[in-house]
Design a protein. Structure first.
Length: 369
């Protein structure tokens, strides 16, 4: 038994977290949504019992944190039952929500069922901006109301603020809003250009000047608010020197399950056409994590091409984002074009500059509409 455990550890450590995309249904239509352009229909979603079994398998595999996501997870009528199933599996459960579809009674039921943490998305610092970006009138007021209920119950709160060209100037107000809402953590994530964000690149791409100013602002605010607010920051990698270690490396830390039960190394992995993904309806999560071709495709360094193969950062950033390499280089094995060593770095920067300077009158292409 010990030998088998050591052998599996050589393949990969157990995942710490699972992102359960329980539905693609969502009342919002954010133009930067990371969901695929072909959204999964409600009729294809895993049942309550199937998700409960997935949670048990995840816990047995070694998962500690469960993130209930979507779409909007509250669009599922069985969201309380899903939280309860996660609690029974002894998973620390976090709800990632737009805030729409949750009233006080439903919130209390989820907390009673074992919900431990909530991440609430904010699309702007005022009603007009937030509702425009989210494509949902009245959404901002509902978010503020939910945050008030969360605070009254002492539930840990993270505010998710996706930043892009149209709202980067409002980051100071975003930080103050997070403090006002009682958040212990603020995630400022620059748009990652996958899914619907690719359709809106020209509207969302920040300028280099915006990125540099935001990076400095976040650094200063982290110092000012130390002990009051944790600020996580995902910078814009189009202008970066080195790529980020996407999700801590392919198939190393996290596992995604989409609404239909397909198991993915990351939320955008299906953009790589050469990969085939197993389904939890047909195969055990343990076998998928350790033995599936999709999870092993970019583990380790054997798959790497130059300049990654001989780079001294190959075990730091693991070659960067495979989906981004696919999108820009047309080859998922290529170096992430965000890296200054990539022969496509200049092309990536040119794409960013062209998009960032395309003007502000381009209308959003809204998710699913």
């Amino acid at each position: 038994m010990a030998d088998e455990k050591e052998r599996l550890q050589e393949i990969a450590p157990p995942p710490m977290a699972m992102l359960a995309e329980v539905t693609h249904r969502c009342p919002l239509a954010c133009p930067y949504c990371s969901n695929p352009l072909e959204l999964k229909a409600a009729a294809q979603e895993l049942s309550t019992e199937e998700w409960a079994d997935a949670f048990r398998q995840a816990a047995e595999l070694g998962v500690l944190h469960l993130h209930l996501s979507g779409g909007e997870p509250a669009s599922r009528r069985d969201i309380v039952e899903l939280v309860s199933a996660a609690q029974e599996a002894d998973l620390y459960t976090n709800l990632i929500t737009s805030g729409i579809g949750i009233n006080e009674k439903r919130l209390d039921a989820m907390v009673d069922a074992g919900l431990k943490h909530i991440q609430l998305s904010i699309q702007g610092v005022d009603e007009e901006t937030a509702d425009l970006v989210g494509g949902y009138k009245g959404g901002y007021k509902r978010k503020l109301q939910l945050a008030e209920w969360i605070g009254a119950r002492g539930i840990p709160l993270t505010v998710n603020a996706v930043c892009h060209r149209t709202n980067m100037a409002s980051i100071p107000e975003m930080i103050e809003l997070a403090l006002t809402l009682g958040a212990g953590r603020l995630e400022i994530a620059t748009v990652q250009f996958h899914g619907w964000a690719i359709e809106n690149r020209s509207q969302l791409m920040p300028t280099r000047e915006q990125v540099e100013a935001t990076t400095q602002l976040v650094e200063d605010e982290r110092k000012r608010l130390e002990g009051k607010l944790v600020i996580d920051y995902v910078p814009a990698d189009y202008y970066a020197t080195y790529p980020k270690a996407c999700l801590g490396g392919w198939g190393r830390i996290g596992i995604n399950v989409d609404p239909t039960g397909r198991v993915l190394p990351c939320h955008a992995a299906e953009s790589i056409p050469s990969l085939e993904f197993e389904n939890i309806r047909e195969k055990n999560l343990h076998d998928i994590w350790y033995h599936s071709s999709s999870f092993n495709a970019f583990r380790g360094t054997d798959w790497m091409q130059e300049p990654c193969r001989s780079c001294d950062r190959r075990l730091v950033d693991f070659g960067g984002c495979r989906c981004q390499a696919m999108a820009i280089a047309g080859d998922a094995n290529a170096a992430d074009p965000a890296c200054h060593k990539s022969p496509l770095k200049d092309k990536m920067v040119e794409m960013a500059n062209t998009a960032a300077n395309s003007g502000d009158k381009i209308e959003f292409v809204y998710r699913g509409r």
